[in-house]
Design a binder for this molecule. Structure first.
Ligand code: ATR
Length: 264
């Protein structure tokens, strides 16, 4: 049986084993997928041990995505753009690195939220690991505008230069309005709300928080200002589907898995 795993620290709450087990069942693929907590100081050793024991591929989550990028011998363009890898494939002694986070977000928008980024004004909040993964796939959908805003303005400008779009501090948002606002900051974790102007949402706008599993101040703010809201659960399942398709050559259905997780 082919073995896969997700590496992170901590990892015990990961939903990835459940998601991939569902995908395997649904597509009739025979595989096992486990969660492995890599030691903070030896991600590389943990991954190589798994590969040497016969592992076929791995997902990588916080805080190892940048290390996974360095571990990969060859990488996809979207992984290079992100500077981070969440999907490793082991074959013929090579380690191939990809990043499916951005595709996961875009597919969640397209498939589950009826939102096509093409021609839309998009605001990406944050300039850390979560934001880095999604810029190129969003730009590839040819939005009218992508603006990256971050508490530390120079990081937003640096990241936006990478994506070939614009960026700045939160104060640069004054007077601007967007069709889609994506919260990729860690503010929700701390129960904080990024400092957004009251009139940031266009009529009918979508507010997307990459976090999932609980309501956040950002989503509450969005609802109070008339925006439609979505959390990051769909993105989680879609990025997993993209990884599954890379490894197994078949694309699982995501909607039933998202529904299952919502009802759990
Ligand atoms: P992640 O991998 O989750 O993106 P990260 O790389 O540490 O984590 O990045 C955290 C992001 O959340 C950064 O953009 C950070 O802003 P700074 O670059 O100014 O630090 C942002 N962030 C964290 N806490 C925040 C808060 N309370 N309000 C606004 N932004 C916050």
């Amino acid at each position: 049986t082919d073995r896969y795993a997700v590496f992170g620290n901590p990892i015990s709450h990961s939903k990835s084993p459940l998601i991939h087990a569902e995908f395997a069942r649904q597509t009739g693929q025979e595989l096992v997928y486990e969660a492995i907590e890599a030691p903070m100081d030896d991600f590389r050793g943990a991954v190589l041990a798994f590969r040497d024991a016969g592992g076929r591929g791995a997902n990588v989550t916080v805080p190892f995505k940048e290390q996974a990028y360095l571990l990969a011998g060859e990488r996809s363009e979207r992984a290079d753009a992100a500077g981070a890898v969440n999907t490793l494939t082991f074959a013929d002694g090579e380690i191939w690195g990809d990043n499916t986070d951005g595709a996961g977000l875009v597919n969640d928008l397209l498939n589950n939220l009826d939102f096509d980024p093409a021609g839309q004004r998009i605001l990406l909040l944050g300039a850390g690991g979560a934001a880095r993964g999604v810029g190129l796939p969003l730009m590839e959908r040819e939005p009218a505008e992508l603006f990256v805003a971050n508490r530390t303005a120079y990081k937003a400008r640096e990241l936006s230069a990478r994506f070939d779009c614009y960026g700045g501090g939160f104060e640069a948002l004054e007077g601007r309005r967007f069709d889609l606002v994506i919260n990729a900051t860690a503010a929700s974790l701390a129960g904080d709300l990024p400092p957004l102007p009251e009139d940031i949402f266009m009529r009918g706008a979508l507010a997307y928080d990459m976090m999932y599993g609980r309501d956040t101040p950002f989503l509450a703010f969005a609802r109070a200002h008339g925006a439609r809201t979505a959390d990051g659960l769909g993105m989680l399942v879609e990025q997993a589907a993209e990884a599954f398709a890379i490894w197994r050559g078949v694309r699982p259905q995501t909607a039933p898995v998202i529904a299952m997780l919502r009802n759990a």
